[in-house]
Design a protein around this ligand. Structure first.
Ligand code: AMP
Length: 445
């Protein structure tokens, strides 16, 4: 369905821009031609998953669709992933090739025969795993097509024609599924950015062009740092789709203050259920309560249940199980939630998974990797909170090694976005009256 839509859009709007990233552009016609070319080379190389090891670029987008054309699962991996972890992913996926920045490496397959391929996995996203190993989430074509149909049916996204859509998430995170597939299947133009807090002032020129933005609440907090970001200066900006984190009522009030006519969608879902399973258009009457709904289960294409306070998902956009894991019918999200009047609410996690600056991180992933370092006896990673938001990550380590050594070694094992903001070497961890490690006490240390 995706490639067929692309072909249609290449015929309907050949000269419309499909993607713009850092001043580089590609039209629908050029994109489709490149996909045919590289997709056919990929069909000759084999049928194993293809690792796309790249930061955001036009070429990485071309590669995603070339893989879909060739029916080879793509595995998007950002450059922030250390080489050891990348190799682990290569091993877990049995990938035969890693495509980094240069697509021309594929030219060498020109003379090989085409291999027919009936792979049903569209992509594999790796998330933080509590064991210290990355966890592979395979998403099938059925999952993805179902998700695209659902996202394209959402009000008011289904109403817009020939608009500019903002992509803020790295393509290795499931949030980018929303903007990439929504934009490309509707013939819109996608503005890709890799802006973060370090260079956030560059976002405002891009935002001037944007009609619909897909982002985490953390990203919006960053945009609001500029007092001139408001409706009179940014009249095009008409809709923002949030997902990935708790959307705070106060943030919504601030947005309405600046953009009184904006449409705000709060969507909910994990990577394991193809990015998102429920969404709701926020209205002002919801702002009288502490917690905002994150979905209307009547408009969800996924079955959403609450089992012992936990949100449980099943249906056509839910994955079938982790790489090398058991196959599943229902996905127990680990999110605590409830349904009231058909609206879904998410209250937080029942485990040690956190969202930090929009990134999904298992604290156990950090400490299990720290424990692999030679000379580390034990470690505990703690999320420091402020108003229900993670403000920083601190790692406590029992070791006789130096701090510099621990930083250096940990950097080789985990992605940069998981690196603790501070590390403290201690003799022992505090324990509570039950003899258990007192994580709460450690939050204040
Ligand atoms: P990811 O797999 O990176 O998409 O992260 C999924 C997790 O993000 C979910 O299991 C929730 O813990 C959290 N999450 C996603 N959307 C929301 C939302 N609208 N409100 C609260 N938490 C959310």
């Amino acid at each position: 369905m995706i490639i067929k839509k692309l072909q249609e859009n290449a015929q309907k709007y050949p000269n419309n821009i499909a993607f713009i990233i850092n001043d580089k552009k590609i039209t629908y016609k050029e994109l489709y031609e490149k996909i045919l070319y590289y997709g056919n080379l990929l069909k000759r190389e084999g049928n194993s998953p293809v690792i796309i090891y790249s930061d955001k670029s036009i070429d990485s987008f071309i590669m995603i669709f070339s893989c879909l054309y060739a029916k080879r699962a793509y595995v998007p991996i950002g450059k922030c992933i250390p080489i050891d972890r990348l190799n682990k992913i290569k091993e877990l996926t049995n990938s035969s090739i890693i495509i980094a920045d240069d697509l021309k490496v594929l030219d060498k397959y020109k003379d090989l025969d085409i291999i027919s391929n009936d792979n049903n996995i569209a992509y594999i996203i790796f998330t933080s795993g509590s064991t210290g190993e990355p966890k592979g989430v395979p998403i099938s074509y059925d999952n993805l097509n179902n998700f695209i149909n659902w996202i394209n049916s959402l009000n008011p996204l289904n109403d817009y024609k020939n608009i500019n859509v903002l992509n803020t998430a790295a393509f290795s995170f499931d949030l980018s599924d929303v903007d990439i597939y929504y934009s490309i299947t509707n013939g819109h133009t996608l503005y890709g950015t890799d802006i973060s807090f370090d260079n956030y002032s560059e976002i405002y020129d891009i935002l001037e062009n944007v009609d619909v933005a897909v982002m985490t609440p953390t990203f919006m907090k960053m945009c609001l740092l500029n007092p001139d970001f408001n409706e009179s200066n940014y009249p095009k900006f008409k809709c923002v789709y949030f997902c990935g984190e708790q959307l705070d009522v106060n943030l919504v009030k601030k947005i309405y203050n600046k953009f009184p006519n904006i449409n705000i969608i709060n969507a909910y879902g994990p990577t394991e259920a193809t990015s998102a399973v429920s969404a709701i258009l926020i209205d002002e009457s919801m702002l009288d309560y502490d917690l905002l709904p994150c979905g209307d289960i009547n408009t969800s294409a996924t079955k959403i249940e609450i089992v012992d306070d936990e949100i449980v998902l099943s249906g056509p956009s839910v994955f079938n199980g982790y790489i090398n894991g058991n196959s599943i019918d229902k996905y127990y999200t680990g999110d605590l939630g409830y349904i009231d009047n058909n609206l879904l609410y998410c209250k937080g996690r029942k485990d040690n998974q956190i969202k930090f600056k929009g990134y999904r991180i298992e604290l156990d992933d950090i400490q299990n990797n720290a424990n692999k370092i030679d000379g580390v006896k034990d470690s505990i990673a703690i999320a420091k909170m402020n108003n229900n938001t993670v403000k920083s990550i601190k790692l406590f380590v029992i070791t006789s090694k130096s701090l510099d050594y621990i930083y250096e070694e940990l950097n080789k094992l985990i992605p940069s976005y998981m690196m603790p903001n501070s590390i403290e070497i201690v003799d022992h961890f505090p324990v509570n009256e039950n003899g258990k490690i007192d994580r709460k006490a450690m939050m204040n240390l």
